[in-house]
Ligand binder design. Structure first.
Ligand code: MSP
Length: 510
């Protein structure tokens, strides 16, 4: 079985902002976790390059759309490399391979008798690439997301018979697992209950797009084209790049992780298109919340962008990852505040986790010949149980995409171990020769807990996880035995401990 996870395919009107980094980091964490538990993963990301928005951006930059897309998609790629994103496929919707999948797919939908020519009149937001309600029918009415005037369109377009799929879509969204979180599912249910209307899938007067076969002057609507990127991505770099092969290699996607603003496209239009073509809909669509910056809305078209590259160079990958994954409940909106950021990463990573490791390895080296203590019980019942409970609940949370909860499971475990160490005070006991065996056991329990913490941190903050395991002399380079290594007692008594170095530095708040 293949596990397919996707980010949205990002518009290339600008470089990535913190919102796109956020989605990509979450997908990266889930992909890593799934690989660790032994699944074969295809992690798909990429760029959405066609449409009016991109055509206009290129025009205003004085370059051709192709030049603009080449440059910006390189920027996306190099950003994902800097963030160490472990994607398997990066799809560009302007690629030849993608185009042939769009053609194959269109033919199937057409053969189902679901395409007709009609007239599309309405108010259009170029930022969203979507027709919008305009309650006053006023030309100065602005898109609530992009804060820009809508544009009036009246043109002959090809339409897709979405209305035909009313029952199937209702049935699909009745499945509580299909859309998450629950509140978003209710929004979509409400939208669908009003009756689905056919939507236009072609544009005239737009050169930058895939031309519709046998319909002169028509290019595919950017969303019709882009959603198919999730399928064409699967056969990137494969010798057989046909639609059937993409479907054979693992479709349907297990998870489309997207922002709440594009849920309708993914949870209604896309499944209907797929059903029409005789293809299975994705298993789950998760609409995450929006990030704000010190309380203000943030986005490419609005400005107010927190440049993720600056954040990365200033704070490093792990801190940003930890903050975004732990502090924001997936599905809820989140705010990026500098002070809170510094406090959280200092408390959680530097104090609770890093310091615990540092002081324990130092004591162990000092008292036990630079090694893990010997003559101890490697299966202390209480600790075995505590660690196993933590692991079980962490796994349950990850499987439900409750990543923030999984982070808290690790943190709570580390807090308990800190309390244990502070209560037992091995630095006092060591002064009494009769208590040496006690000290050995305490130090072993804490070191072994640190090893479990290091392993559990792997999909979330990989660099910190590696540093922790390295400090314990434990490295499983290929992560081949992650699950087996989670068993309590694997830290070998008497094994050497390297010279302690802080695994993560504390930040100063200026
Ligand atoms: N190109 C379409 C997606 C096509 S998928 C086949 C698109 N691109 S986008 O670049 O505009 O948006 C990508 C994602 O970024 C969306 O999921 C959107 O919700 C998300 N975000 C945009 N601003 C955001 C925040 N401020 N915070 C979090 N995510 C945000 O839509």
């Amino acid at each position: 079985m293949t596990y397919i996870i996707t980010t949205p395919l990002y518009y290339v009107n600008d470089k990535p902002h913190l919102g796109s980094v956020y989605t990509t980091l979450i997908c990266d964490t889930i992909a890593k976790y799934k690989r660790l538990v032994g699944e074969k993963v295809i992690f798909i990301t990429g760029v959405d390059e066609h449409g009016l928005k991109i055509q206009r951006t290129a025009q205003s930059n004085g370059v051709t759309p192709k030049e603009h897309c080449d440059d910006t998609s390189d920027i996306f790629l190099s950003n994902w490399t800097k963030w160490n994103i472990t994607f398997d496929k990066f799809i560009r919707t302007s690629s030849k391979h993608h185009l042939s999948i769009v053609y194959e797919f269109y033919k199937k939908v057409k053969d189902s008798n679901d395409i007709y020519m009609g007239v599309q009149k309405g108010w259009y937001c170029v930022g969203c690439e979507e027709f919008k309600d305009n309650p006053d029918n006023s030309p100065s009415y602005q898109c609530p997301i992009h804060k820009k005037n809508l544009e009036w369109k009246n043109e002959e377009n090809l339409f897709f018979k979405l209305s035909k799929y009313q029952n199937q879509i209702e049935e699909l969204i009745n499945n509580p697992n299909f859309i998450e979180p629950k509140e978003r599912r209710n929004e979509i249910k409400n939208f669908v209950s009003k009756g689905l209307k056919d939507f236009s899938i072609s544009r005239t007067n737009l050169d930058w797009g895939i031309s519709v076969p046998d319909e002169k002057g028509h290019t595919f609507y950017v969303w019709f084209d882009a959603l198919l990127g999730y399928i064409s991505a699967i056969t990137l770099n494969e010798s057989d790049q046909s639609l059937n092969n993409s479907l054979r290699l693992g479709w349907p996607a297990n998870l489309h992780l997207i922002g709440k603003d594009i849920l309708r496209f993914h949870a209604v239009y896309w499944p209907a298109m797929l059903i029409s073509a005789g293809i299975k809909p994705p298993e789950k669509v998760f609409g995450h919340g929006f990030l704000t910056r010190e309380g203000l809305k943030m986005g490419k078209s609005i400005g107010n962008i927190l440049d993720p590259s600056i954040l990365l160079s200033q704070y490093g990958e792990d801190r940003v990852r930890w903050f975004l994954l732990k502090d924001i409940n997936l599905g809820s909106d989140g705010d990026f505040q500098d002070k809170r950021f510094v406090d959280i990463v200092n408390n959680d990573l530097a104090n609770t986790i890093g310091n615990l490791l540092n002081r324990t390895t130092s004591m162990s080296r000092k008292w036990f010949n630079n090694s893990v203590p010997t003559d101890i019980n490697t299966s202390d019942k209480n600790f075995q149980e505590l660690a196993q409970n933590t692991i079980d609940i962490y796994i349950r949370n990850f499987d439900k995409y409750e990543i923030s909860q999984a982070c808290n499971n690790i943190l709570n475990f580390a807090i308990k171990i800190n309390l244990y160490l502070n209560d037992e005070k091995p630095w006092v006991l060591i002064k009494d020769e009769h208590k040496k065996n006690n000290v050995k056991q305490i130090i072993y329990n804490v070191l072994e807990s640190n090893r479990i913490i290091g392993l559990l941190l792997n999909p979330i903050v990989s660099e910190l996880s590696n540093n922790i395991l390295q400090q314990l002399g434990q490295i499983d380079k290929d992560n081949n035995n992650w699950k087996e290594n989670l068993i309590w007692g694997k830290l070998k008594p008497g094994s050497k401990l390297p010279q302690p170095i802080p695994v993560i530095e504390k930040l100063e708040y200026e």
